[in-house]
Design a protein. Structure first.
Length: 119
């Protein structure tokens, strides 16, 4: 093999590595942007939760505070919305959703094949 052929091969390999690296960089950048958007949306949703629930509880306090042996009616809104907000917090700051969104690798496939083979 001549020196020119070896140089081209090394050059081509360099371009392939750069393409793979830039592709990975693009994926990482997209994931980072999505995470930042999710965190900002969570912050906005939290402010909305506080504002709306504050108004509902204020209305309840200033008007009919009858409970008829049950919990106050704004508690239902607070509990349900709070549960949904907790799920958003888990998505924004936890690792569970991110691990499910990552691409399936060859190592994952091999691990699953080995696990299936054992059972």
């Amino acid at each position: 093999m001549s020196a020119t052929t070896q140089t081209r091969t090394a050059s081509e390999q360099g371009h392939e590595e750069t393409a793979v690296t830039s592709s990975l960089d693009v994926e990482l950048r997209d994931a980072a942007i999505a995470n930042l958007k999710r965190k900002r949306k969570f912050a906005q949703d939290t402010l909305g939760f506080i504002a709306v629930n504050g108004v509902l509880w204020l209305i309840w306090l200033l008007t009919d505070r009858s409970m008829d042996g049950s919990i106050p009616w704004p508690a239902w809104v607070t509990a349900i919305w709070g549960f949904l907000l907790a799920i958003d917090a888990w998505r924004a700051f936890g690792s569970w959703p991110a691990s499910l969104n990552r691409p399936i690798t060859e190592a994952d496939i091999q691990r699953e094949m080995n696990r299936t083979q054992r059972t």
